[in-house]
Design a binder for this molecule. Structure first.
Ligand code: FCB
Length: 449
């Protein structure tokens, strides 16, 4: 059997995000973000861990770019910290912050790596949080201004832009369940945050295109997952289809069709957000690509039914599990095929895919992670068979380049191709790093391996 070779111009990359890796949380004029504040509060993160230093990427970025070059990555997805660039979220620009990203972009280009900045990855400037946070409509306008500042500075070299990372996750975990910053638990805050985030995306698409000195390709990264009923019963199907609306359609429909799912806000009754005339046209500003973050599927059962929010749903556990989620490789194919068949985005990039493994160096200092290799390999195989059906997937980014701060779960969830000893910050490429380097070199998978 031949090797599974990917298209000639396929982009092989890795992903990261600012708060999870940079550290220097208050260095060189950076303002605090909601994560700086939240992680410093008692009991909000595992073992009280914070991103104060994280991987110290802010100081070790050259070493990290050298490692990326050794890996052979063609693209690097990172995020820009809004409050490093504009400490108060609006107004004064912190030149030192912008300079950092400027050097980073130059460093990537010198090493032949395409920069893929994401402008928002969960780290709202604290000053804007105090003025109403994401539920406040004006935050979308502030985001547009910030997007223009970054695009004006980096747009002569950056071609690919991602506005937001996972707005649904930011809204649900930050404002409904309160497990992420800013830790609110309020259905009205959640729905308003969701709507403002989507508006912010639309604002940023336009702002990037008009501020960038060169043509920009702009997209958004959505966390998508197939939602399956646990059993083939009416109540399980109903629970699964409502959860599908809440996790997938809620962003896909407005961004790619210019409409919210028909029943969505009606079901929230008094908690529905104020949607103004013209908002959906803004949100649906055409994008150049859709970023898909895929990790797992969701399996739901509906145990009983109440009208608001769809009743109690039970998430069932079956199958193979990582420390965080079910491992379900067919779901990556189901997701990209569905997105393509139902929404026809101009192009799809898998902007995150990966698995947490409790890796540790052995006696010889080798970090061996066969579970990660198996996970990535199985997902790439499925992806390849979807691509063989002419689904335009143009790139794939592993989450994550290095181990990092996994939000409320702290440093114990290691997603990296590179191991980090968080006492010394020493970097050690894992065996998955060598495996992925070989995939990139060969532009595909060995059929047997
Ligand atoms: C995604 C986030 C990313 C990381 C991975 C594991 O939802 O975008 O920051 O936490 O999950």
């Amino acid at each position: 059997m031949p090797d599974l070779i990917f298209p000639k111009d396929f982009l092989w990359g890795v992903s990261s995000s600012a708060y999870q890796i940079e550290g220097a949380w208050n260095g060189d004029g950076k303002g605090p973000s909601i994560w700086d504040w939240f992680s410093h509060r008692r009991g909000k993160t595992a073992r009280g861990e914070t991103g104060d230093v994280a991987c110290d990427h802010y100081h070790r970025w050259k070493d990290d770019l050298d490692l990326l070059k050794t890996l052979g990555a063609g693209a690097y997805r990172f995020s820009v910290s809004w409050s490093r660039v504009i400490p108060e979220g609006r107004g004064n620009i912190n030149q030192a912050g912008l300079d950092f990203y400027d050097r980073l972009v130059d460093g990537m280009l010198e090493r032949g790596i395409q920069p893929f900045p994401t402008l928002y990855h969960f780290d709202l400037p604290l000053a804007l949080h105090k003025k109403g946070s994401w539920p406040e409509r004006d935050t979308a306008a502030a985001f547009g201004e910030y997007a223009a500042v970054v695009a004006a500075r980096l747009g002569d070299r950056v071609q690919w832009w991602i506005t937001l990372n996972e707005p649904m996750v930011a809204a649900v975990l930050g404002y409904m369940y309160g497990t992420h910053a800013p830790g609110r638990r309020n259905p009205g805050s959640y729905t308003r945050a969701m709507h403002t985030l989507l508006l912010a995306h639309g604002e940023a698409v336009r702002a990037i295109r008009s501020a960038s000195p060169r043509p920009a390709r702009v997209g958004i990264a959505l966390n998508l997952s197939p939602v399956h009923p646990e059993r083939d019963t009416e109540s399980d199907r109903r629970a699964a289809s409502w959860f599908d609306v809440l996790s997938n359609h809620i962003c896909l429909d407005p961004v790619l069709r210019g409409a919210y799912p028909p029943d969505l806000w009606r079901r929230f009754g008094p908690f529905a957000p104020p949607v103004r005339d013209g908002d959906l046209a803004k949100i649906a500003e055409p994008i150049d690509f859709l970023g898909v973050n895929y990790y797992t599927r969701q399996v739901f059962a509906g145990r009983w039914w109440v009208p608001i929010m769809g009743g109690l749903m039970v998430r069932s556990k079956q199958g193979e599990f990582s420390p965080m989620w079910e491992v379900y490789p067919p779901g990556i194919g189901e997701t990209v095929e569905r997105v393509w068949n139902d929404y026809r985005p101009p192009m799809i990039l898998v902007t995150e895919n990966g698995i947490p493994v409790p890796d540790a160096p052995d006696g010889n200092g080798v970090v061996s992670d066969p579970e990660r290799i198996s996970y990535l390999q199985r997902h790439l195989r499925v992806l390849q068979s979807s691509m063989a059906k002419n689904i335009p997937v143009k790139g794939y980014f592993v989450w994550s380049f290095t181990d990092n701060f996994e939000w409320e779960l702290g440093y114990a969830m290691r997603f990296g191709l590179v191991y980090i000893d968080f006492a010394t910050r020493k970097r050690t490429p894992k065996t998955s790093f060598d495996w992925y380097a070989a995939v990139i070199r060969r532009n595909g998978l060995e059929d047997s391996g």
